[in-house]
Design a protein around this ligand. Structure first.
Ligand code: PHE
Length: 336
């Protein structure tokens, strides 16, 4: 009877407790095992009675043992569950970010697409016709020297394009007006690499050809662009300039959005920063591409993506765009 009570009261929390129970009540050498062994010394009249009682004891020990096993296992598996905290946030991984030139290019494209421009593309290795001649650069004209050209050694007629204006020509050669496109792309000039210049950079040019296109259309479109890109209070001004493929030609400045005209290092105290070149497409260029310059007129503009990005993000060294230093690049993750 006393043993039976010990069995009922036994509590097990760990595997060690289970083993202790097994040793004490279940194994051959347990107290119950000993009692069974002692049966043969019991008087024959008592033996049957004792045998039944012992069997009963043995069964309760075994039942209790099974119950204890399931209890201990249940406890240890809830322990495992609590070790695994499903509410913890995942370990952070660095996901990278868009390159600042990509961010600015996407923004420029977005602004122009919304007002009806589509995006056109063309080759980076170009023949003399599309990079120069069709754009009204006469042969041996000094204007060609303005664009420090890389020539392809094996084929003197081929160059690395010095601007994306080659795409203007390709568009006008195969399409009838109206043409309203922007041309983002990589361009190449043989310049010494410095904080201000690089032999590779990126441009977005724009072209609109239709009947009755005037300088007012060019101004309004670029004014819209400047305000979208640099803020609603941005003003613009045009200065006369020269490009072989536009007449008249101009360079466009925006009011300095950093100092708001008070004068700072970005605008060198003038209150204005130059952002692009533009003009009315020279009639010779239209005629070179088979578009009747008596019927159609158009405007074109071109800007450097690096220049816009440097202004927008206050970057003072062009080389940073090409070095892919992670410390530089990761600063743009907020804009990606
Ligand atoms: N192609 C010129 C350049 O690379 C930019 C430009 C484009 C100017 C279109 C006027 C019109 O400098």
């Amino acid at each position: 009877q006393e043993l039976k009570e010990q069995i009922t009261r036994f509590e097990a929390k760990t595997q060690e407790d289970l083993e202790a129970f097994r040793m004490r009540f279940i194994s051959r050498k347990s107290v119950i095992g000993d009692l069974f062994a002692g049966l043969k010394d019991v008087a024959a009249t008592e033996r049957k009675h004792m045998g039944i009682a012992l069997n009963d004891l043995k069964n309760s020990a075994q039942q209790k043992f099974q119950a204890l096993i399931s209890e201990v296992n249940a406890v240890s598996s809830t322990n495992e569950k609590t070790d695994l905290d499903l509410t913890l946030p995942p370990a952070t991984t660095h996901t990278g970010s868009l390159h600042p030139l990509t961010i600015v290019r996407k923004r420029i494209i977005e602004i122009f697409e919304r007002i009806g421009f589509n995006v056109a593309d063309g080759p980076e290795m170009e023949d003399d016709w599309h990079n120069f001649t069709a754009l009204n650069f006469p042969e041996n004209h000094p204007a060609r020297d303005m664009q420090d050209t890389f020539f392809i050694e094996k084929n003197p007629d081929m160059v690395l394009r010095t601007h994306t204006s080659n795409v203007q020509i390709r568009l006008m050669e195969v399409n009838k007006p109206p043409i309203r496109s922007i041309m983002p792309g990589r361009v190449f000039r043989n310049e010494a690499i410095s904080a201000r210049a690089h032999c590779i950079f990126h441009q977005v040019e724009g072209l609109y050809i239709n009947k009755n296109v005037g300088f007012k259309d060019l101004k309004q479109t670029l004014f819209h662009f400047a305000q979208e890109m640099f803020g609603k209070d941005t003003r613009i001004r045009f200065r006369p300039s020269y490009f072989p493929f536009t007449e008249p030609s101009a360079e466009m400045d925006i009011s300095c959005f950093i100092c708001k005209g008070k004068g700072c290092k970005v605008c060198k105290g003038t209150g204005w920063v130059e952002i692009l070149g533009c003009g009315m497409v020279d009639p010779n260029v239209l005629d070179n591409c088979g578009i009747d310059s008596e019927v159609y007129t158009g405007y074109a503009f071109g800007m450097g993506i690096e220049r816009i990005a440097m202004l927008k993000y206050d970057i003072d060294d062009l080389r940073l765009f090409f070095e892919n230093d992670i410390r530089f690049l990761k600063q743009f993750s907020a804009y990606s």
